[in-house]
Design a protein around this ligand. Structure first.
Ligand code: ADP
Ligand code: 5GP
Length: 264
């Protein structure tokens, strides 16, 4: 209770360089009115403050987003990165699949050959790896560290075999989100509409989707299931879950920015 009292929550508004409104919330600011507290309370406030500063060294929990190919993960993440430009960093995976038009090496993926991928696996460079739709994918230790060193929430967009490998990792302690499509039929429509797959890779992805949906919607496998029927609603659900989680982490002394760029 007392600790709650000395925890200062500050909120401010500022303009970004592009003139957009940034709503800033900082739960980890130092207690501001210590001189008004009785002596023993001041002692506790000081103790809390040093506890707080040791806890901020611990970064925010990584966010794992999983769901069938075409369920809307990239679309939702794009909106999230846009609204919270300082909060998240993408874990750039390795893959042996060929780049799609518009995909850049080192940004969307590290595009590598099978031989390069195998050598890196043997070298112990990965946290997890999987074969999906005939291609190899993997999250390197470096990809996660690059984001965590910036103090940002590391976002991993990975399929379920990868999730199974890291779900109980004490070091990562990830938050697990599953994005669920309305139906297999609608998933197929969206995947076809994206125009990125051959008929063969599309069928492989749809077959895997059934298994993923079963695992993803089984109680206890994910922290939240975001139902992506309507994009606006799905984004709101994802955003609210993440903001609630990050505010709770801030309340425990973990330093993470929640600066927002408001569109209006
Ligand atoms: P993933 O990253 O999970 O493979 P994408 O984000 O690429 O999926 O989405 C697949 C396609 O579905 C994209 O063309 C995207 O614009 C579209 N899409 C995503 N969410 C919705 C939605 N709620 N309603 C209609 N189309 C959607
Ligand atoms: P795509 O080829 O559509 O980019 O990705 C196919 C699937 O691979 C998606 O479900 C995506 O989440 C998953 N994926 C991407 N990177 C990784 C990774 O590093 N590890 C694992 N396990 N899956 C990944």
């Amino acid at each position: 209770m007392l600790l709650n009292n000395v925890l200062c929550r500050t909120a401010a508004l500022r303009l970004s360089s592009k003139g957009k409104l940034i709503c800033q919330t900082d739960f980890t600011a130092a207690p501001r009115k210590q001189h008004l507290l009785p002596h023993n309370h001041r002692y506790l406030a000081k103790a809390f403050s040093s506890l707080n500063s040791s806890m901020v060294k611990q970064g925010p929990r990584p966010l794992v987003i999983c769901g069938p190919s075409g369920s809307g993960k990239s679309t939702l993440l794009k909106k999230l990165f846009k609204e919270f430009p300082d909060t998240f960093g993408f874990s750039v995976s390795h893959t042996t699949r060929k780049p799609r038009p518009g995909e850049e090496n080192g940004i969307h993926y590290h595009f590598v050959s099978v031989e390069e991928m195998q050598a890196a696996i043997e070298n112990g460079e990965f946290i997890e790896t999987a074969v999906f739709s005939g291609n190899m994918y993997g999250t390197s230790k470096k990809a996660v560290e690059n984001v965590q060193h910036q103090g940002k929430v590391c976002v991993l967009d990975i399929e379920i075999e990868g999730v199974k490998q890291i779900r109980n990792s004490e070091r990562l302690n990830p938050l697990l989100v599953f994005v669920n499509p309305p139906s297999i039929e609608e998933l197929e429509r969206r995947l076809r509409g994206r125009k990125t797959e051959t008929e063969e890779s599309l069928q492989k992805r749809l077959n895997t989707a059934r298994i993923e949906i079963e695992y993803g919607t089984t109680a206890g496998n994910f922290d939240v299931v975001v139902q992506n029927n309507n994009l606006k609603q799905a984004y709101e659900d994802l955003r609210n879950f993440i903001v609630r989680e990050l505010e709770s982490q801030q309340g425990q002394g973990i330093n993470v920015s929640l600066n927002r760029v408001c569109d209006e």
